[in-house]
Write a protein that binds this ligand. Structure first.
Ligand code: NOJ
Length: 557
């Protein structure tokens, strides 16, 4: 790679920030966040250092699944603003060097979408085949994603006396992507938003979108599911050369590789690494980095344009479905022991700081670690200030509370009366009085300022986006030492998973005689390894990023 490649393949060194417009900032004081509010915070995001926003769904919706039940793919939810506001927002972000990607939710629509209203109206309606109907639901092992409210993926519909498919809630009928007309519609939706200036899509529920149903035959498909994905990527590339598809695909490694488009890399541009995320929590619970190391070393080698997206938390439950029952129980015991902290038998509904009992050392260690892993970091709004959750609202909504800007009424999110707020502000010790942007901006030791530093360092370390994970052996069991290198740069990162001090002693092979290690995060110390050997004393939950530099090179430490 050349340094200029980082501009072409921008997503490999991006820092992505996910937010829901309705929860971010309410500018007209009706209790609901809006695009006018978001544009007033673009400079905040710029100052934080994020380079790409991922906007959760903002289209018209009955809002029974937080906007993931869309009733018009070509609209803006009027509570949030209009197209004028949207375009102004895009313009602002472009001026500040920030790209915007949006959710592409085309596995399903709302049952209020005109396509579904038409589809369910009669057996021979114009759009009957836009959805998946069966006279008798096939006997399959297909389980609904939300087992607390749905017990089947098939729903009987009185009007035509047939069943329709829905992997999620029954009010979210699955589109029939074997129908060429539906595929054309999906392409049109993508083209529409690309034309308005978005830089790509977070593709919702990819495995379900691509799934073949019993009763489908290969011949029903114009292409295999992966070919379909590739055709979407093709459209993206033709409409906008450097736009990306970031896929939500919580799958085993071999399928992820296929979804990337294999060695050709012409499928999904990026995928969330759910496996590394889940094993990160197992490692934290055990104070032992090995599960995370196993997850990272099981990543398939990817073509240069493909990329992993790393995350600690997202807007859904912290799913632990890829762990064994015993492993999941270990994580439950450590971080979500009460039944009201768990959901669907597989996940935890808390944010990181509450799971870590607010320990600032441990919270910082986790973010330092996440940002030091090869891949692209993705933050969920509020993580940068250490927001907690509202367990009382329960389920996935617990982490979808309003952004906490100030210590004042409603956390500075809105001046509307409390009862009109789109969601309650976190009430307890993690509420705005204790956790807010405004106070942290003025506190040099705040988590917010730590995150800014991390993001700055990360942006200046292209090897983290371009390199791959190399474990460096050493003796302390609770310490992870790893290295990431690319043509531009080499970084050694050290993380202590325990609350007690540890010393990591390790050897770096293939150093140049004058190579030094410069600490980038903690104290700027310069280490001159003797014969490649380094001995690093760490505090409890200590962390270091050490850049390898040579006094002869022009690289900055
Ligand atoms: C995945 C999204 O992350 C989740 O929030 C949503 O409920 C489902 N897809 C259905 O769209």
């Amino acid at each position: 790679m050349r340094i200029t490649d980082t501009a072409d393949l921008w997503w490999k060194s991006a820092v992505i920030y996910c937010l829901d417009v309705e929860k971010f900032l309410d500018w007209d004081d009706d209790g609901v966040g809006d695009f006018a509010g978001l544009v007033h915070r673009i400079d905040y995001l710029h100052e934080l250092g994020v380079t790409c926003l991922w906007l959760m769904p903002f289209s018209p919706t009955p809002n029974r699944d937080d906007g993931y039940d869309i009733s018009d793919f070509y609209g803006i939810d009027p509570r949030l603003g209009d197209f004028g506001d949207f375009v102004e927002m895009i313009r602002m972000t472009q001026d500040r060097g920030i790209r915007v990607i949006i959710d592409l939710v085309v596995n399903h629509t709302s049952d209020q979408h005109p396509w579904f209203r038409d589809s369910r109206s009669s057996l021979d309606s114009r759009r009957r085949d836009f959805y998946v109907w069966r006279r008798k639901p096939p006997k399959s092992n297909d389980r609904p994603v939300f087992p607390d409210v749905e017990d089947s993926v098939w729903q009987f519909d009185e009007r035509t006396r047939e069943h329709y498919l829905h992997h999620f809630y029954r009010f979210q009928p699955d589109l029939n992507v074997t129908n060429p007309e539906v595929r054309d519609e999906i392409a049109k939706v993508m083209g529409f938003w690309l034309q308005l200036g978005v830089a790509g899509f977070r593709v919702d529920a990819v495995p379900f979108l691509l799934q073949m149903e019993e009763g489908d035959t290969r011949e029903d498909y114009l292409e295999t599911p992966v070919e379909f994905l590739k055709s979407l990527r093709g459209i993206l590339g033709r409409r906008s050369g450097d736009a990306v598809m970031l896929g939500e695909a919580n799958l085993p490694r071999d399928q992820q590789f296929e979804y990337f488009g294999g060695d050709d890399g012409d499928g999904l541009t990026m995928q969330f690494d759910f496996i590394a995320m889940q094993n990160l929590y197992l490692s934290l619970a055990r104070e032992d980095p090995r599960p995370l190391v196993d997850a990272l070393t099981s990543r398939p080698a990817l073509p240069v344009e493909s990329q992993w997206a790393n995350f600690v938390r997202n807007h859904d439950e912290l799913t632990l479905d890829k762990l064994s029952d015993e492993e999941r129980q270990e994580v439950f015991d450590a971080f979500g022991p009460e039944p009201e902290m768990q959901v669907y038998g597989r996940g935890i509904i808390r944010r990181l700081p509450t799971m870590l009992h607010g320990d600032p050392r441990r919270i910082r260690m986790v973010y330092s670690l996440m940002f030091s892993l090869p891949g692209t970091p993705v933050l969920f709004y509020g993580e940068e200030i250490g927001m907690g959750e509202d367990l009382a609202v329960g389920s996935r909504s617990a982490v979808r509370t309003p952004m906490q800007w100030t210590r004042h009424a409603n956390g500075g999110f809105s001046r509307a009366p409390k009862r009109k707020l789109v969601a309650r502000v976190v009430p307890d010790g993690f509420g705005p009085e204790h956790v807010n942007v405004s106070d942290q901006r003025h506190d040099p030791d705040s988590l917010l300022n730590f995150m800014r530093l991390l993001i700055r360092r990360r942006r200046a370390s292209p090897e983290l986006g371009w390199g791959s994970f190399e474990l460096i052996r050493q003796s302390a069991e609770s310490v992870l030492v790893h290295q990431v290198r690319a043509a531009e740069g080499r970084m050694v990162a050290i993380h202590n998973f325990r609350g007690e001090p540890e010393t990591a002693v390790f050897r770096l092979t293939d150093l140049e005689p004058d190579d030094r290690l410069v600490d980038l995060l903690v104290d700027g110390r310069v280490i001159e390894p003797e014969d490649g050997e380094v001995s690093m004393a760490l505090d409890g939950y200590g962390y270091r990023w050490l850049r390898v530099i040579n006094p002869d090179s022009k690289r900055l430490g």
